[in-house]
Design a protein around this ligand. Structure first.
Ligand SMILES: O=P(O)(O)O[C@H]1O[C@H](CO)[C@@H](O)[C@H]1O
Ligand SMILES: Nc1nc2[nH]cnc2c(=O)[nH]1
Length: 274
């Protein structure tokens, strides 16, 4: 067995020692969105430090626990905190949990994040369903020897986000009467936010929002043939001509304040998974 697959199996085995639950949906909770895990019933929470091969989560607003239980009757596993490249993780490390979730039984992945709104129509607190992304991290979790058991050497990326499940998330926004955009996410290495010139460049490249996560996870999901839905919360407006200062605390606060909308969309995806 190759190194990565062995690590995946060892993490999954350690999780199975703590709970019998076989999750069907995996949820990655972004900055300020960890509260969704508190709604999981019959929860088993495992700090990442108690699992092999996992580093501590050091990012602001990321608790660093795996939470398994039921959400609206659906068995789920939620990552309350993720691993970002700017924390010093490799792209492969930042995506490994996607394969662990699949090994545990997950068949659908829901990814959430906090992002800066580059599209001038976007306002703080608006959710954005990812239609597509641009990988500007210049890192890819699949670099290295490919394990054909995990997925193909050259994964197709023509449609990384599941359209049917995305429609279900958008329908929740319509039902509950809040604005939800669909747009293109630019994945940046971070940890600096962008300069005015960089936000202007990103807009010209076709990005609607910018963040420092999600892309490695979505690539791994595509590699592993896991249907994936991703939802951003716009936490700061990035118009180059009237750019204000941004901080990590402000991002977490804005995502937390708007988290009810993302929770409604995630629940709609769970209902659509069936
Ligand atoms: O993408 P998530 O983890 O939600 O966090 C976003 O917020 C942090 C910056 O404030 C960065 O980590 C960025 O990626
Ligand atoms: N790169 C990036 N990440 C973010 N996360 C939250 N806001 C932002 C932003 O403006 N840029």
């Amino acid at each position: 067995m190759q190194g990565l697959r062995q690590q995946i199996e060892e993490v999954a085995a350690a999780v199975r020692q703590r709970t019998d639950l076989a999750p069907r949906v995996g949820i990655i909770l972004g900055s300020g969105l960890g509260g969704l895990a508190d709604e999981i019933e019959g929860a088993t929470a495992i700090p990442y430090g108690e699992l092999p091969h996992l580093p501590q989560s050091t990012a602001v607003g990321h608790a660093g626990r795996l939470v398994l239980g039921e959400l609206d009757g659906m068995p789920v596993v939620a990552m309350q905190g993720r691993f970002h490249l700017y924390e010093g993780r490799s792209a492969s490390q930042s995506a490994m949990m996607v394969y662990v979730m699949k090994a545990l039984g997950v068949r659908t992945l829901v990814v959430t994040n906090a992002a800066g709104g580059i599209n001038p129509q976007y306002r703080v607190g608006d959710p954005m369903l990812l239609d597509d992304h641009i990988n500007l991290m210049f890192r890819n979790p699949l670099v290295g020897v490919n394990d054909d058991e995990l997925g193909p050497r050259f994964p197709d990326m023509s449609a990384p986000y599941d359209v049917r499940l995305g429609e279900a998330a958008l329908a929740a926004a319509r039902r509950e009467n809040f604005v939800c955009h669909r747009g293109v996410y630019a994945g940046m290495l971070g940890p600096t936010y962008e300069t005015r010139a960089e936000y202007r460049m990103l807009r010209r490249l076709g990005a609607d929002a910018a963040g420092m996560s999600t892309v490695p996870e979505a690539i791994a999901a595509q590699h592993a043939a896991l249907p994936c839905v991703a939802i951003s919360t716009i936490t700061n407006e990035c118009s180059p001509d009237k750019l204000g200062e941004t901080s990590g605390d402000e991002v977490v606060h804005a995502a937390d304040a708007a988290s009810g909308k993302v929770r409604a969309m995630v629940r709609a995806v769970l209902a659509a998974v069936g």
